[in-house]
Design a protein around this ligand. Sequence first.
Ligand code: UD1
Length: 385
Amino acid sequence: MKILTVVGARPNFMKIAPFIRAIDRYNVEGQNKITHVLVHTGQHYDVRMSEAFFRALDIPDPDINLEIGSGSHAEQIGYTMVAFEKVLLGQNPDWVIVVGDVNATLACSVVAKKLNIKLCHIEAGLRSGDMTMPEEINRLVTDRLSDLLFTPDRISSDNLRKEGTPEEKIAFVGNIMIDTLEANRERSEKLDINSIIESNLIDGVRQPKKIHAGSGYALMTLHRPSNVDSKETFVPLIRFLLDEVTKDQPLIWVIHPRARKQLDTFGLWNDVVNRPSLILLEPVVYHEMVRLNMGAKVMLTDSGGLQEECCVLGTPCLTLRWNTERPVTLRENGGASVLVGNNIERIRNEYFNVLSLNRIPSRPELWDGHTAERIITILTSLVKM
Ligand code: UD1
């Protein structure tokens, strides 16, 4: 059997690492062999957004890199489709595997189906119901086209059933991101928080005071267009961080290229750089982020993956969105996250509320570190080798 797997952007890399390891194990133990081709569309291309993750997570170099880079959605998707079609015509795999919900996921799904190649989606069935999110469109199209849909939780399987997906195409296997978390937890735990800060501090940011064990800090990431692209939303949020959070405790902000660009555009860069207690870091590698998460008193984020990691690590998480495609991570469902949108009053109330909460790790069903194995077992049993 020949499998061709696609990755494009940072959140894909954590999902593909355990899948590739499970293929390697199968090839050592199984009678038949899987031939695997890894394609990187190049949507994320900075060393810190891409290559550093391949190295840290021991992902082999991609066999093919489409080098698509940045652009509008139509440009990213269009250029990816043109380049990926050539790859598929040359490679002719039995299955194309896509993960997550980024533009690469959508683009490559459409191309595979148009060429009548079987399509499998890992992390299927997530729904925010918010069609203004580019990722929601990517999820809907990819799931509609997929022949085999691996879901991370039962809610996602039910979402697919409600949309009419035939039962035999759906397999609830758990969350593959948590395979990566469990495989890298010990290594992450050993890292020193102050060394992480020192080696990732953005140029020009004043040297922060050392963080002492037990003294606590808040941790933040932001990248969604709905939070960073409009001045009316982004500026009040920055003011709240500067005027309230950083006066209360140090705030470590691991800054995404999109947010950094917007700080510049809105004339906020000097303000944030010069604020004591606001520790601005370049994008950090996987283990460093897990370590920072483990030590944080509170996480402020609009990332889906971090909501999931906070759930398993137990870090109280303010999700800066009005909806989530990952409801199992919410506090009312046993998780650690609460939706606060981008209303400052609501963020403030919940921020001071969660500071008094203890860390309560929780583990949704089958988030056990063995999802990739289940996927390979199902995939190989379905397919004639
Ligand atoms: C993409 C995904 C999002 C995911 C996020 C994680 C889509 C629709 N969005 O959003 O689901 O949560 O990745 O990071 O696929 N840039 C760099 N260097 C890079 C990559 C991007 O500087 O290596 C800059 C680009 O110039 C661009 C901006 O960051 O202007 C945004 O990049 P893009 O890939 O368009 O989307 P993300 O916001 O990263």
